[in-house]
Design a protein around this ligand. Structure first.
Ligand code: HEC
Length: 669
């Protein structure tokens, strides 16, 4: 070991070199000016040498302490890393200590780009203005959700998005999409623009994307590969973290959208590690950990840790099946105010079987200078900044659509279990909160536990006995509990329709009941009413499509099906009967073989009922005259059909015999 004294002596022995102002200028330009420029995200400009001179002493202090530039990760190879090297910090200090010589002018390219960092970037295809909000002069930070409607129109693929805060009181933004009216309703209940508190469960990041903004963040360049789907007429839910500045501020951010018309070849998946059953006693320190084993190989594109003030550090690692470890990120001095999304310079490729893990250290004692409570109090999970959170989000891509499906299925189930824990904590505090109760119930329904959903729905129905939705929801849980409760369910649905004869989900359900009873015309009328009552009800629309085709009104039916899928792409997997009717209707004038085939291919790509979907695809192939393909596909359907389902297996075998004789399959009347 080299004695410390000797090292110091060696260092001082080096003759101080003169530092060129151009060296300092290039550091400041690349690491500071993105925020410190006129109109930028920082409170003053550092865009000229004179600006630097005026603040020289503080600049030395904040760079040495690594307070500036804000860049928290000490591990991970990320795009746009602002971290200064020790040498760069020393260069700044020496320039200041040797008289701040030089006249180096900063190149204008470091100056703020208004549009996506490139002067050649055209105007956006769509500019969305948030409703203007007046922020009070002082008091604690404000977290507020603003709901803005995307103008009606076709579904587009968003290749790039730029958030322009317009005011430095905006500290960060998260942007979600809500295809349902739930967020808008919450906003409407609050007289001022936006609302505070819980974000509706239906408001979510679009498929596999983080959408947000933090100070100094450069919007990624437009690309088809990171495009996300946005339907005209849906709502963006923009969550702003606002910091009162001492003066009343007018907040009116703008969102620029750049459209393309292509879906990405691979849609990423979001993996959230984290715990929601947090319970941190006052005065204690400790760890919170979570891990998940990747069922398939994946590439990690980006990472975003999220916690509040009691977190002190966070680390995420990947442990490969061979036992080797890769650090994904490490932040030693967690600061809620400087959280960000970090994009890897190259995707971190991980084989199947890799364990992703995260650990936060927490300090809920007085020793944590950021602890919001003095004296400290027990902290539990929650969205408010006075509560605590402990998540690490990873944006990953899988190598195939099948892998993606498997990963998405496993992780979403896991996240739902954790969500259920979180909601339980919030409900302890607010047991009569209707939205929370409904969310808790919906999570249980999604987890396939209708018996656990029922008490929540029941609770809401008792709170709101005049609400058709409350009665209806209770009915769905009862229906899910099995045949023995179906009559109870039917009674709830009937009550919902009595309270509101135009309650769309109940009309849809009564249509399904008619369909099951073979009363297809009644069913169609009910679906028609359901769609009329709520044009956004995609389930009812898909059902209406089915009954219209059955009535030989195929073109109308197809139009409804297209719109239903557009509104709710996850419906696709359930459209097997639609395909069969289109391909093999008993009335030849109702058949649409080409459309059936196109739809069948999409259904087969995503359907959980593989045998049924492949069988329908084979029927469509035969309908277009491609019997060779039909025989082959039907063979695959047979292989996928469960051994116990002899009815389906026999039916497929009969159809294969038809195809071999160059005959299509036709449904009986
Ligand atoms: C991501 C945006 C961003 C970048 C990049 C950035 N700053 Fe800052 N800086 C801020 C903000 C915002 C503030 C004011 C809020 C605060 O002090 O936390 C600030 C404050 C400062 C202060 C005042 C600190 C004080 O205690 O009064 C100095 C000095 C400073 N920055 C220097 C720098 C230097 C030098 C760089 C580059 C090496 C840099 N900043 C890069 C956003 C940034």
């Amino acid at each position: 070991m080299i004695p410390a004294l000797l090292v110091a002596a060696t260092l001082t022995a080096v003759a101080p070199q003169e530092v060129r102002s151009a060296d300092v200028a290039s550091i400041v330009q690349s690491r500071c000016v993105s925020c410190h420029q006129p109109g930028g995200d920082a409170p003053f400009s550092l865009a000229t040498i004179d600006d630097l001179r005026a603040r020289a002493k503080t600049i030395v202090a904040v760079t040495k302490s690594r307070y500036m530039p804000p860049w928290k990760p000490v591990e991970g190879d990320f795009v746009g890393s602002r971290r200064l090297t020790d040498r760069e910090i020393e260069t700044i200090e020496r320039w200041v200590n040797t008289g701040m010589l030089g006249e180096s002018a900063f190149a204008p390219s470091g100056l703020r780009r208004d549009r996506l960092g490139s002067p050649s970037m055209p105007d956006p295809d769509l500019e969305i203005n948030l409703p203007a909000y007046t922020l009070r002069a002082d008091g604690p930070d404000v977290f507020r959700n603003f709901v803005v409607r995307v103008p009606d129109g076709a579904t587009r693929w968003v290749r790039a998005m730029q958030f322009r805060p317009g005011n430095r009181a905006v500290h960060h933004a998260n942007i979600r999409v809500d295809a349902t009216p739930a967020s808008r309703r919450l906003d409407d209940e609050d007289p001022a623009p936006g609302y505070e508190g819980i974000i509706a469960r239906s408001a979510d990041f679009p498929d596999g994307q983080f959408l947000g903004w933090t100070p100094g963040q450069l919007a990624p360049a437009p690309s088809d590969e990171s495009a996300w789907r946005l339907r005209g007429g849906t709502d963006l839910v923009v969550q702003l973290h606002l910091r009162p500045s001492g003066a009343i501020e007018h907040i009116a951010p703008v969102i620029d959208l750049y459209f393309g018309d292509r879906a990405p070849s691979r849609t990423p998946v979001m993996i959230r590690l984290g715990k929601q059953d947090l319970d941190i006693p006052a005065g204690t320190t400790g760890y919170i950990s979570d891990s998940f084993v990747l069922p398939v190989a994946a590439g990690v594109l980006a990472i975003q840790p999220h916690a509040h003030h009691r977190a002190r550090s966070v680390e995420a690692t990947a442990t490969l099946p061979d036992g080797s470890r890769r650090s994904l990120i490490r932040i030693d001095d967690w600061d809620m105010n400087w959280q960000d999304r970090y994009v890897y310079a190259a995707p971190v490729r991980l084989p199947a079987g890799t364990r992703l893990s995260m650990t936060y250290t927490f300090d809920n004692s007085i020793a944590n200078p950021r602890n919001p409570d003095r004296p400290p109090v027990r902290a539990r999970w929650g969205w408010r900044s006075s509560d605590e959170m402990a998540d690490v989000w990873l944006q990953v891509t899988a190598n195939s659509d099948d892998d993606r499906e498997q990963l998405a299925r496993e992780i979403s189930r896991r996240m739902l279990y954790e969500d259920a824990n979180g909601i339980a904590v919030l409900l302890e505090r607010e047991p009569d909160h209707v939205n929370l109760r409904n969310d808790a119930a919906r999570i249980e329904m999604a987890l396939g536990r209708p018996d656990k959903a029922l008490p929540h729905f029941e609770h809401v129905r008792k709170l709101q006995p005049a609400s058709a939705a409350a009665w209806f929801n209770e009915g769905t849980a009862l229906e899910g509990m099995g045949r023995a409760r179906w009559s109870d369910a039917a009674a709830r649905y009937a009550e919902a329709l009595r309270l509101d004869p135009n309650y769309s989900p109940a009309l849809n359900n009564s249509g399904i009941a008619s369909l099951k009873a073979g009363r297809i015309d009644d069913a169609r009328l009910a679906f028609e009413r359901a769609v009329k009552a709520d044009a956004t009800n995609a389930d009812a629309r898909a059902n209406l499509g089915l009954t219209l085709i059955a009535a030989a009104r195929s073109d109308e039916g197809l139009a409804h099906i297209r719109e239903a899928i557009d509104r709710k792409p996850e419906l696709l997997g359930g459209l097997t009967s639609h395909v069969l009717l289109l391909a093999a209707h008993h009335d030849p004038s109702a058949r649409r073989p080409a459309e059936a085939l196109a739809l069948a291919q999409r259904v087969a790509a995503v359907s959980a009922d593989r045998a049924g979907a492949l069988d329908a695809l084979a029927v469509s192939q035969a309908a277009t005259g491609d019997f060779t393909a039909a025989v082959q596909t039907a063979g695959a359907a047979l292989a996928a059909a469960p051994a116990g389902n002899s009815e389906l297996r026999d039916a497929i075998r009969e159809r294969i015999a038809l195809y071999r004789n160059q005959q299509p399959f036709v449904l009986k009347q």
